[in-house]
Design a protein around this ligand. Structure first.
Ligand SMILES: Cc1cc2nc3c(=O)[nH]c(=O)nc-3n(C[C@H](O)[C@H](O)[C@H](O)COP(=O)(O)O)c2cc1C
Length: 172
């Protein structure tokens, strides 16, 4: 059984991609999550909110900003209750307003990270990891946190080698 887990949130729909707004079928973070799972062998869990975020980029930005300001914890469609059997947990997300999306806050807060090895990764359009590493440290209290990986969303399809190298180096 795999001792590695990838937990991620990703948003399909209209996104800012390579300088233009474009409809994407598969979220950028989802692409990186799959690259990690392929590189190290891992179970994969997608965090999904009960609500549907707006498809339009700007309306989604407005919604996400409201949630961040309210420190919201959106209801989740499904959740993982235990990470006891895993040693290495890769936590992935798009940067939303400088940090991770609130549904991921809601999921991570429910888990016990004591003694775990956590490797954060994000996709973004310029911010890099932003404040997310600081927030991950709080959300995954008791874990060893590896240096995070930031991949520009518009380059995910050519980032496979870099992602695989980082994922292997983040294992404990
Ligand atoms: C609501 C929202 C907020 C965003 N905020 C930021 C940001 O603060 N900094 C940044 O570099 N990119 C930001 N982006 C761009 C996304 O992080 C980027 O497009 C990412 O690759 C999307 O990943 P996904 O397809 O897995 O959801 C934002 C996108 C959305 C939809």
């Amino acid at each position: 059984m795999s001792k590695n887990l990838v937990i991620y949130f990703s948003h399909k729909g209209e996104n800012y991609f390579g300088g233009a707004l474009k409809q994407i079928e598969k979220g950028n973070t989802e692409v990186v999550a799959e690259q990690i799972a392929n590189a190290v062998g891992a179970d994969v869990f997608e965090v999904e909110a009960q609500k549907t975020y707006p498809n339009g980029y700007y309306t989604c930005c407005d919604e996400a900003k409201k949630e961040l300001q309210q420190n919201a914890r959106p209801e989740l469609k499904k959740q993982i209750d235990s990470i006891e059997k895993y040693d290495n947990i890769f936590v992935g997300y798009p940067i939303w307003w400088g940090t991770l999306p609130m549904p991921l806050f809601a999921q991570l807060e429910k888990l016990d990270f004591a003694g775990k090895n956590v490797a954060p990764f994000c996709t973004h359009e310029g911010s890099g990891l932003g404040d997310s590493e600081r927030d991950i440290k709080k959300l995954c209290a008791g874990a060893t946190i590896q240096n995070g990986l930031a991949v520009r969303g518009s380059t995910v399809f050519s980032s496979q080698d870099k992602v695989a190298k980082w994922a292997k180096s983040a294992l404990k």
